[in-house]
Design a protein around this ligand. Structure first.
Ligand code: TYM
Length: 334
């Protein structure tokens, strides 16, 4: 088993990233046997689609590395690196541009959501972003890719690209990866709008819980989270058509290792005035140790750089044979 996943180092790690993806990364790392390997990386080559200053980007990469280690990624057991330091990603992405079709990329909903009406003004990088993502995955012959629901379509594209490349060149070079998407927390929604996902790019900080938020900030955001006036239902079936309630109860259930049905049974008939402080407590307890480790780790840039240097060397060695085989298959090597 080869596990691989990535995260963009733009802004803070938030609760959606943590519950949708990172918790699963840590679980898969911790359950890994001696035949398996885990690769986790900071997608800084993807983050060029967002304009950031040089210093900010350098800080963001180190901070995201610190956040992942704080959340439980162990750089001695998993390969932790940033994409820009392993040029094979960019090289394979270019080769795969010959395989990917414009029609396939035109269907990507994340691109459509991000550009809105200004398609002509969008960067080429944003359009071909999913091809680089396919290269990230296929380079390592990843079998399992733990992600949140919003990445499902990109994973399907990676499979399509792999299958077409294999068939075009008549070989089984690339492994078709399987997305690993959690059942309960695949899509954590904004605290301000139950129809939008929690996201780093939402201009309102009140819409998300960041890993860096202190206990008071977490309690305050939960208290101010949008809800409806109805009390909690007796079962999860009563959450249909109540996206904000469903989101908050889902977060509680995920963090306390139970089901939404069980949470509904516990709080049935109570209002959100009673539920929110309980949810705030669960969140504070879950995030405090991660935040404390993060704040400590981010004070030592040299240590973070050493982790990323070591990870990049291991990743480059693992990626090289696949990249060479792709060049060779295409007749680009003699
Ligand atoms: P990114 O940086 O947007 O998000 C990182 C991970 O967090 C998940 N996620 C969520 N899960 C549940 N609810 C939410 N509100 C939420 N918001 C984010 C994402 O699904 C993701 O798993 N394109 C990727 C990064 C990437 C990648 C890869 C991932 C680049 N190459 C190769 C896997 C394999 C991205 O922008 O994720």
């Amino acid at each position: 088993m080869r596990v691989l996943s990535g995260i963009q180092p733009t802004g803070n790690l938030h609760l959606g990233n943590y519950l949708g993806a990172i918790r699963n990364w840590v679980r898969m790392q911790d359950e890994m046997d001696s035949q398996s390997q885990c690769f986790f990386f900071l997608a800084d080559m993807h983050s060029i689609t967002v304009h950031e200053g040089r210093e900010q980007r350098i800080r963001n990469v180190r901070d995201m590395a610190a956040a992942l280690v704080a959340a439980g990624i162990d750089p001695d057991r998993s390969v932790l690196f940033n994409q820009a330091r392993v040029p094979a990603h960019a090289e394979l992405a270019w080769l795969l541009n010959g395989t990917a079709r414009i029609g396939w990329l035109n269907r990507m909903t994340q691109f459509k959501d991000k550009v809105g009406k200004d398609r002509e003004g969008a960067s080429i990088g944003l359009f071909v972003y999913p091809v680089l993502q396919a290269a990230d995955i296929l380079l390592y012959n990843a079998t399992h890719v733990p992600v949140g629901e919003d990445q499902k379509q990109h994973l399907e594209l990676a499979r399509d690209i792999a299958a077409k490349f294999n068939s075009d060149f008549g070989l089984e070079l690339f492994t078709l990866p399987d997305p690993i998407i959690p059942k309960e927390s695949a899509r954590i929604m904004s605290l301000r709008d139950g129809s939008a996902k929690m996201s780093k790019s939402d201009p309102s900080d009140m819409s998300r819980i960041n890993l860096t938020d202190n206990d008071d900030a977490i309690m305050n955001k939960v208290k101010k989270a949008k809800t409806d006036p109805e009390p909690l239902p007796e079962t999860a079936a009563g959450l249909v058509g109540r996206p904000e309630a469903n989101n908050l109860i889902g977060i509680y259930a995920t963090l306390s290792g139970t089901t939404t049905d069980a949470v509904c049974a516990d709080f049935a008939g109570k209002g959100f005035g009673a539920f929110k402080p309980a949810l705030g407590e669960v969140l504070v307890e879950a995030l405090r140790p991660i935040r404390e480790r993060f704040l400590q780790l981010r004070t030592d840039d040299d240590a973070l750089d050493a982790i990323l240097d070591k990870g990049a060397a291991k990743a480059a060695a693992a990626a090289e044979p696949t990249l060479r085989a792709a060049y060779d298959a295409m007749g680009l090597m003699r």
